[in-house]
Design a protein around this ligand. Structure first.
Ligand SMILES: Cc1cc2nc3c(=O)[nH]c(=O)nc-3n(C[C@H](O)[C@H](O)[C@H](O)COP(=O)(O)O)c2cc1C
Ligand code: SF4
Length: 414
């Protein structure tokens, strides 16, 4: 089986290298968004089984339904294109090359949940994506009935978290808020707010046109459809690809120019995800539900191939340092706990530690779990636990001997 038997859906159309698809080309290819009422739109999404593509994997139809049944009054739609995840670029690729598909989904969402304004929240560092979205908004300024504006999301991993996004749009401070109300109750300007990832919205636009049955015709029964993934690391053709959900990691790696013997381990699900060994990962399907059953997460669809023979302790320490630095610094266990874990991992990687350090890592990961206002510490702890599981013998060698067999190998997996 290829990785995309029915051909691309989200990335269908002219090759992305041509730049953003114009509004005219978008309409010529897909036609106008159908005039679909809120109830029919939400029902179609529910039937489709589309899961959110920003990391949490929450059913999109259920989220829209909750807003239609929630507090009355005009709502707000936040198009989440922050994408601060270091090895993910699928959202900026989608915004850069198919901005009108994303906007179609945002306008449909606004119509379905009764919103009169849309905020397109794009990472400050994603200049081309922001320019493409701004030009797309301008191109439809005379035809769209809701107000649409872009807001630059500040650089930082946590900025894309839904409550941090709402907090930033309201007050210029991109820190998550732990206490109720949730954005769906009172978000932007105190209004009910739908925060939805750009890929989820682009797919909603296709489902409105082609229906839930079409959406479900590829992928897996419980997790249908295709998804955008970002492949990096030990492959010759890294980048963003669209895959049928259920495609194995092996198939994806081969399509990206990698080989089984070049894969030491794979980081799946992003920095919030986990390491799995090459042996375990090769035949594993990229299917959010099956992955969840194995204690893994599909997350934002990031697949990073750690080269065979490279040091897993160093690669882990590098990611943990990033996780610690991206703590928003408002919860003690996150601020101090992640720093302790990152420092210990760095000392182990540099060969300046002993066996007690591994016990410390295990103890701290359990201490920070569930102790933050957002899931940042939980994600970091789960990632660290997976590192100890997959690279256990390397961690022990570093603790005992100050190095591992991969010491001379490259550790750059970006
Ligand atoms: C630390 C952190 C960072 C996140 N960053 C993003 C992001 O950049 N883009 C995104 O769409 N969702 C991100 N999310 C998930 C959002 O909180 C939210 O679930 C998502 O935007 C909802 O859209 P979806 O249901 O379409 O996935 C992040 C979550 C966490 C905990
Ligand atoms: S858990 Fe960490 S990242 Fe999340 S709000 Fe608290 S300090 Fe910020």
């Amino acid at each position: 089986m290829g990785i995309l038997p029915g051909g691309p859906r989200l990335l269908a159309g002219p090759p992305p290298r041509g730049g953003p698809e114009s509004y005219g080309d978008h309409l010529a290819r897909l036609g106008q968004t159908p005039a679909i009422g809120p109830e029919d739109m939400v029902t179609e999404l529910e039937l489709s089984g589309l899961l959110g593509r920003g990391g949490g994997g929450f059913p999109v139809g259920r989220k829209w339904r909750a807003l239609t049944e929630g507090p009355r009054g005009p709502a707000v739609v936040v198009v989440n294109g922050a994408e601060g995840e270091p090895r993910s670029s699928k959202d900026r690729v989608l915004m850069t090359y198919r901005p009108h598909l994303v906007l179609d989904g945002a306008v449909l969402a606004a119509n379905a949940v009764g919103a009169d304004s849309i905020v397109v929240y794009v990472g400050e560092e994603h200049g081309r994506a922001r320019a493409a979205m701004a030009a797309a908004i301008e191109a439809r300024s005379s035809t769209v009935l809701v107000s649409i504006r872009t807001v630059a999301a500040p650089i930082g991993y946590v900025s894309g978290e839904a409550t941090a996004a709402v907090h930033f749009i309201n007050s210029g401070d991109a820190r998550p808020t732990a206490t109720p109300p949730r954005p769906s109750e009172a978000g932007v300007r105190g209004r009910p707010t739908l925060v939805q990832n750009v890929e989820s919205l682009a797919y909603a636009a296709l489902i409105a046109r082609f229906g839930a049955g079409w959406f479900r015709s590829v992928g897996r029964r419980e997790t249908p459809g295709t998804a955008l993934v970002t492949v990096s690391g030990a492959v010759s053709a890294p980048g963003v690809r669209e895959i049928e959900l259920g495609t194995t990691i092996g198939e994806l790696v081969e399509a990206a120019g990698g080989r089984r013997d070049s894969v030491g381990a794979v980081l799946v699900g992003g920095y919030f995800g986990a390491w799995i060994s090459g042996d375990e990962g090769w035949a594993m399907g990229l299917d959010p539900q099956a992955m969840r059953a194995r204690g893994l997460t599909f997350g934002c669809g990031m697949v990073s191939v750690h080269p065979a023979g490279a040091c897993g302790v160093a690669a882990t320490a590098e990611i943990m340092a990033f996780m610690a630095e991206s703590s928003a610094g408002q919860c003690g266990p996150c601020l101090h706990g992640l720093r302790s874990i990152a420092d210990t991992a760095a000392r182990l990687a540099a060969g300046r530690s002993d066996a007690a350090a591994i016990d410390d890592l295990e103890r701290w990961t359990s201490l920070v779990t569930g102790r933050g206002a957002c899931r940042q510490p939980d994600g970091a702890a789960a990632f660290m636990a997976s590192a100890v599981r997959v690279f256990g013998s390397e961690f022990e060698r570093h603790a005992r001997l100050g190095r591992c067999s991969a010491d001379e190998a490259s550790v750059d997996v970006s």
